[in-house]
Ligand binder design. Structure first.
Ligand code: FAD
Ligand code: UDP
Length: 377
């Protein structure tokens, strides 16, 4: 009899949700994380009374009432609605692309005028089936918005030409012919009151957790502790990079504490020109309507991932997707291991999607079996 039913590698949203569900059903779990803290990328650090989103700005949004109720079981959420601004050479535009953006860009005031303007701007391009991000963006919002609000930001963010990127990336953003600056179209949205750590603490309550513990420091020993393994780290690392390294974009954050109450008047301002080195400035207090006397701002710089750096965005181009397919084939043959979360699935996942995936996978495994058996076959 082993000490644990499940060893869970990674205490991010996937690992913590799985551990929570398994523990609720009476399974014995050990969670390990190589970082000094739990929560993965949703971790917040409180300084000067302000919650800093240490791994980039996180806004919770979902259309799924079940997931909304699930997270609300751990924390109340505030009414924060994400409405970033775009700064292009000092001129400000509302995001996502909506009638306010079209008005600022062209002076048009009706949806028909805006739609005609977009059509006129791409009339000679004949884009029926967009092959890449540039074509998709042009088709959605026309040339001016593409050139001022998309091209520079996207190429800084991804370090690649917009013509070399998949179209789906830009389809994450709504395009609206209404005066609505809500960045998401989801029904439920907000920030956990008191920051995301409350959610992590709730998920991991009563569960044994070891931080500063890297699975690969002694994978045989850690694997021997439990009947089954839930792995949420990078899938290429798990298989010793046998099919090659999966590429990522990494981020560098420059935090600054400023002796002023309000620096930019909004939580998120994107810098969409190609010359400004950073992609955006986050002013964290605005996520929670903070009234502290000082403020903390973070400039976000994007770079290619190199060993030793944090992996942030998967680069889902053809070459990487092909490599990932090879790893998936290997994963299917790996008995007793479940791979989940953004790093193991090499996926541009939002929080609600990661939780949804962990709930579905844990339900499939945990509700079918009553005791440790050959549950992954
Ligand atoms: P992670 O949070 O990365 O957790 C994986 C954990 O595994 C980490 O803690 C890591 O240390 C640990 N680990 C890895 N390898 C090992 C090992 N060998 N041994 C031990 N531990 C290991 N989503 C939204 O819904 N809204 C947003 O506004 C939003 N903003 C984002 C902004 C940025 C900049 C980024 C990059 C992502 C954003 N997301 C957002 C997505 C969100 O961060 C993820 O969906 C979610 O946090 C992923 O959870 P996870 O458990 O899959 O991965
Ligand atoms: N994007 C852009 N200009 C902006 C904001 C976003 O061109 O001001 C593009 C960019 O390519 C980005 C994509 O839209 O990668 C998706 O944006 P999102 O805000 O969803 O990115 P994330 O939250 O993942 O950083």
């Amino acid at each position: 009899m082993k000490a644990y039913d499940f060893l869970i590698v990674g205490s991010g949203l996937f690992g913590a949700t799985f551990a929570h569900q398994a523990t609720q059903k009476g399974w014995r779990c050990l969670v390990i994380d190589k970082r000094a803290h739990t929560g993965g990328n949703i971790f917040c650090r409180n300084e000067h009374g302000i919650n800093i989103h240490v791994y980039g700005a996180h806004i919770f949004h979902t259309n799924d009432k079940r997931i909304w109720d699930f997270v609300n079981g751990f924390s109340e959420f505030n009414r924060y609605t994400n409405s970033p601004m775009a700064n292009y050479h000092g001129k400000l535009f509302n995001l996502p692309f909506n009638m306010n953006t079209f008005y600022s860009m062209w002076g048009v005031t009706t949806p028909k005028e805006a739609q005609d303007k977009i059509k006129e701007q791409i009339a000679d391009l004949n884009i029926d089936h967009p092959k890449n991000l540039e074509e998709q963006a042009l088709k959605l919002v026309g040339r001016d918005i593409y050139e001022q609000l998309i091209k520079g930001y996207t190429e800084k963010q991804w370090g690649r030409k917009a013509t070399e990127l998949p179209a789906f990336i830009i389809k994450r953003l709504p395009v609206r012919f209404t005066y609505d600056n809500n960045y998401f179209s989801d029904k439920y949205q907000g920030i956990p009151q008191g920051g995301y750590n409350t959610i992590t603490a709730g998920l991991l309550k009563g569960i044994e957790v070891k931080t500063n513990t890297d699975f690969f420091a002694d994978r045989e020993y850690f694997s021997s502790l439990a009947h089954r393994l839930i792995y949420t780290g990078p899938i290429d690392e798990y298989f010793n990079y046998t099919a090659g390294e999966l590429e990522y974009r990494s981020l560098r954050f420059e935090h600054e504490h400023l002796q002023m109450e309000n620096y930019q008047g909004n939580a998120v301002v994107n810098y969409t020109d190609a010359n400004t080195a950073y992609t955006r400035i986050i002013e964290h207090k605005h996520f929670e309507f903070g009234t502290q006397p000082s403020t903390i701002v973070t400039k976000e710089y994007s770079s290619e991932w190199k060993p030793g750096m944090e992996r942030f965005y998967p680069v889902n181009d053809e070459r990487n997707n092909r490599r990932f397919d090879e790893y998936q084939q290997l994963a299917k043959k790996e008995a007793g291991v479940l791979f989940g979360g953004r790093l193991a699935e090499y996926k541009y996942y939002d929080m609600h999607q990661v939780i949804g995936s962990a709930l579905a996978k844990s339900a499939r495994i945990l509700e079918t079996y009553f005791s440790p058996g050959d549950i992954f076959s």
